[in-house]
Ligand binder design. Structure first.
Ligand code: C2E
Ligand code: CA
Ligand code: CA
Length: 564
């Protein structure tokens, strides 16, 4: 019996749950013994208790076996059921040997009867199964549990059954697997839906066949995504290979799938999250058809999620002024003692959610999705405002350097915007320095040079940042529009390890002198750095040796001390 049931089910089917209601413990025991192979059994010793269980819905009851003579009478339960649509959804079988009672119960809407005493277990089981099927077929018409084409569970039911799968096999190690057809939407568009369906059906039958002897449940999550919750396997290579073989030749256009695996699912984790993560893992290789299976990697995933969160919080952070300007002083070292000349503005994100975030974490990210433009606009504006305030207060402007992203270059009104905000704050344009990294100059020369030239011709100063990292030829340097050359801090770092680097630094400083530009060294961390740079004729230094980037209040204190 059990064997054939298994076979028909092929894959894992959740056991149906039967509520046995009888006040005689012995009757409950007998029924439980008969049913427990094929069903989950819950017992209630009274009609009232049964109603409680049914209405609470902590567990889905698929059928009720009801005794009649109990302190809270079975007929009373049936009467309640007639008035409650929720209870009507569950089939009721009454256990009795009394013909009159049968008649009465029949009028109360009962679905079937089994005879007491329980002499023929097989018949009881068959009746119960038939009744459940009948009811399910009825309810399927109302709530769609399976996807039409593949007959796999939809996401909602898949989740439910995955949960039940866990309670049924609590000690079994399980994996969540997601599979999707590469470029499925395109395939559908180019070759039509019927063609797409053919592909999905081929995958369906391969999945069914491959997982036949496995404890697994299969779901379909929209579009072309299949989800499998299965007992753990060391590898899904074979499965993916088989599926790919089964679809490769459909229409002769070389179709393939990608897969994501979340191994050893923690049964306590919300299935919604597990499925999402598995699908995200699968999609991480969406543009790489050579990568067939991607295994979930907690660290990587956490990082991706973190970046996503940063992006999602951007607008609010900007509104709430969570982005703060820090100021790293730059010192002129051509005199006897270093003297404060200006500062570089460096952004910090001080977030109630993430704490103190360094630009290293988000500048690249915001460059990728274009948010950097909004951020830089904000920083540029704030900087001009502070400069205006200080000029009023101290009688002279303190020059500031602003970092311009290469993405900003593509904003058509960039130069006009900068002019507007600098002029409107009464700041001399010559005190407003724009830093742009050398690699942007070199790699996007065609777009960058005209804009930077315009900035410079408008009276602002331009610094080439990270010089030496972008491999521009020294010859080409002469044609670039800039006023300050900032040596890449890697050279200063490397100086300690490799004495030859000192020669390179000297060469850059001399090069800068021949072009009449000011040389700045950043990342100056030690007295030794400072002395070497001073000796070599470097004009300005910036680095932890003299000062870290400072928050507004500290920088204001510093300028008051220096300028008053
Ligand atoms: P950068 O323009 O090369 O800025 C110099 C970086 O070196 C800063 O890192 C600064 O804090 C750090 N630094 C300063 N002195 C020392 C030192 O002595 N030793 C070492 N090891 N490091 C030092 P930060 O602030 O994390 O900024 C990183 C990068 O983010 C910047 O590199 C810049 O490219 C970008 N960035 C920062 N603020 C902005 C901004 O407002 N807009 C744009 N577009 N980019 C920004
Ligand atoms: Ca910079
Ligand atoms: Ca730099």
């Amino acid at each position: 019996m059990k064997q054939t049931y298994r076979k028909r089910a092929a894959l894992f089917e959740v056991k149906k749950t039967i509520l046995v209601v009888d006040d005689e413990p012995i009757n409950r025991d007998i029924l439980s013994a008969i049913l427990k192979e094929d069903f989950e059994v819950i017992e209630a010793d009274d009609g009232k208790v049964a109603l409680d269980i049914l209405l609470k819905e902590e567990q889905k009851i698929d059928l009720v076996l009801l005794d009649v003579f109990m302190p809270y009478d079975g007929r009373e339960v049936l009467k309640q059921r007639q008035q409650n649509p929720k209870l009507k959804k569950v089939p009721f079988i009454v256990c009795t040997s009394d013909k009159n009672i049968e008649k009465e119960c029949f009028h109360l809407g009962v679905n079937d009867f089994v005879k007491k005493p329980y002499e023929n277990p097989d018949i009881i089981i068959a009746r119960i199964k038939r009744m459940i099927e009948l009811y399910e077929d009825r309810s399927i018409l109302k709530e769609v549990k399976r996807e039409k084409l593949t007959n796999f569970y939809n996401r909602e039911f898949f989740k439910k059954y995955a949960q039940q799968f866990d309670s049924l096999y609590p000690d079994l190690k399980k994996d969540m697997v997601a599979l999707s057809v590469n470029r499925f939407r395109l395939i559908n568009e180019l070759y039509g839906r019927d063609f797409g369906d053919k592909v999905l059906l081929a995958i369906t039958s391969t999945l069914n066949k491959h997982l036949e002897n496995c404890r697994a449940i299969i779901g379909k999550d929209g579009g072309s995504t299949f989800i499998v919750y299965s007992e753990h396997k060391d590898s899904y290579e074979d499965l993916v290979k088989e599926i790919n073989a089964s679809i490769k030749n459909i229409g002769g256009i070389g179709i393939s799938i990608r897969a994501g695996v979340y191994p050893f699912v923690d049964p306590d984790m919300d299935k919604e999250i597990v499925i999402d993560r598995t699908e995200d893992t699968m999609d991480s290789s969406i543009n790489d058809y050579s990568k067939k299976i991607t295994i979930y990697n907690e660290e990587k995933q956490a990082k991706t999620l973190h970046l996503e969160e940063l992006v999602n919080n951007f607008e609010q952070a900007l509104d709430e002024e969570q982005f703060k300007l820090y100021f790293q002083p730059k010192y002129n070292i051509t005199g006897e003692k270093p003297s404060l000349t200006s500062a570089e503005v460096l952004v910090r994100w001080i977030s109630p959610k993430f704490g103190f975030v360094n630009p290293g974490e988000f500048i690249n990210l915001f460059e990728e999705n274009g948010l950097i433009s909004q951020l830089d606009s904000y920083i540029f504006k704030k900087a001009a405002m502070y400069m205006g305030e200080w000029k009023k207060k101290y009688g002279k402007a303190i020059p500031l350097s602003l970092n311009l992203s290469r993405v900003d270059i593509y904003r058509p009104t960039l130069v006009e915007d900068i002019i507007e905000l600098v002029d409107s704050n009464g700041v001399p344009r010559k005190d407003y320095f724009i830093e742009i990294t050398e690699s942007a100059f070199v790699e996007d020369a065609k777009e960058v040079i005209p804009v930077i030239t315009k900035i410079r011709n408008s009276g602002f100063k331009v610094e080439i940042d990270d010089f030496g990292s972008g491999y521009s030829s020294f010859g080409a340097l002469a044609d670039l529009p800039f006023d300050v050359l900032k040596i890449d801090m890697q050279f200063i770092k490397a100086m300690d390890r490799n004495p030859k680097v000192r020669d390179i630094i000297k060469m850059i400083i001399n090069l800068s002198k021949t072009m009449d530009t000011i040389t700045v060294a950043e990342g100056v961390e030690t007295k030794e750095h400072y002395e070497f740079l001073k000796e070599s004729g470097c004009d300005v230094i910036q680095g932890y040796y003299l000062s870290k980037p400072l928050p507004l209040e500290d920088f204001v204190k510093l300028i008051e001390k220096e300028f008053n």
